[in-house]
Design a binder for this molecule. Sequence first.
Ligand SMILES: Nc1ncnc2c1ncn2[C@@H]1O[C@H](COP(=O)(O)OP(=O)(O)OP(=O)(O)O)[C@@H](O)[C@H]1O
Ligand SMILES: [Mg+2]
Length: 309
Amino acid sequence: MASRGSPTRAAEPAPTRSARTPFVGRREILSVLEDGLDETLDGHGKSFLVAGEPGIGKTRTVEELIHAATERGFAVHVSRCHEVQGAPALWPWVRLAREIMGVGRDANLLAELGVEGRALARLLPEMASPASVHEPAAEEGEATLFELFEAVANLLRRASRAMPRLVVLEDVHWAELASLQLARFLSREIREDRVALVTTVRDTEVGTRDRLAAPLADLAADTHLLQLQGLDEAAIASLVAHAAGFEVPDILAAAVHAQTGGNPLFATEVVRMLAQEGRLGTPNEPMPEAMRSRFHRRGSRSPRRRRLG
Ligand SMILES: Nc1ncnc2c1ncn2[C@@H]1O[C@H](COP(=O)(O)OP(=O)(O)OP(=O)(O)O)[C@@H](O)[C@H]1O
Ligand SMILES: [Mg+2]
C-alpha cells in the first residue's frame, strides 16, 4: 500500500487491496467516499456508515477507500468489533487509541493532551505514568464517559495536525453501546478536522427491537449513510468471468445475478460450485447447451435475495 509521508499504521493490519478479485462496480459509492476524503483533507472531516447484508462488499469497499486514503497521505487506523461476549467496554476504541498514540507513545502528543490525558488513562492504563500528562492521583477525580469521549476526539484532532487520519471501525452490529455512542460523538466532533471516520454495519443483523437499533439509528443520522445494494449485472458478469477464468455467456452471468441478488460473495461461490460440478464448461465451450436452457429458465425468474446463515 503506497503512502506519502510517514508509514501507515493500523490497530489491526490494514487490509491491502485484495488481488483476489478485481474490484467491480461501486463507482458512485467509491467516488462519494473519495470526495469525503478530499473534503476531509480541506479540514471538513466526514463520517460514513457503510451498511449492507453479509458478503455485499462493505469490507472490500472500505479496502478500496483505504488505498485511496493512503495515496492521499492519510494515516489509516482500522479496528473491528467481534461477535464475542464480555469484551471490555470500548475495546475497539482502545485498540484505535493505542494505535493513534503510537507504539512508543508520541511524546509531543502526550504533552499536548495535558488534562485530557487523565481521561484517556481510563481507556489506556499504560498512559497513567508519564509526568507530562498526569497531575497527582488525588486530583484526578472520576472521568465521565463524556470526558473520555472528548479526550478521544482531542487525541484524534491533535494527531490529525501531523497527518490526516482515516479511522475505520468495522462491524458495529457487534459493538457495545458505548462504542457506538463514541462513533456517533466523533461523527459530530470531527467536522472541522482532518479526520474521516468510516463505520460498517450488517444492517440485516439489527432488528428494530434490538438494543442497538436506536443507537445505530442515531449514528446513521449523524453520518453519511451508504447503503450497499447488490452489484449490477455487468459487475457480476466481470466477477463471474474472473472466477471462471474465461468469458462466460451473458445468460450465465444474468442467471448468477438473478440467483444471488448481485451479492458478490454468493456470486463467487455459485461460480465455484458450478465449476466444481463441471457445469461451467470450458473456454472453448463455455457452458454446455443443455445448461443454457436451464439457466435461461432460471435467469428469467425475478431476482431473489438470499441471506447467509
Ligand atoms: N465490488 C466488488 N468487486 C469485487 N469483489 C468484491 C466486491 N465487493 C465484494 N467483493 C468480494 O466479495 C467477498 C465479500 O465481500 P466483503 O467481505 O467485503 O463483504 P462484507 O459486506 O464485508 O461482508 P461481512 O458482513 O461478512 O463482513 C469478498 O471476497 C470480496 O473481495
Ligand atoms: Mg466485512
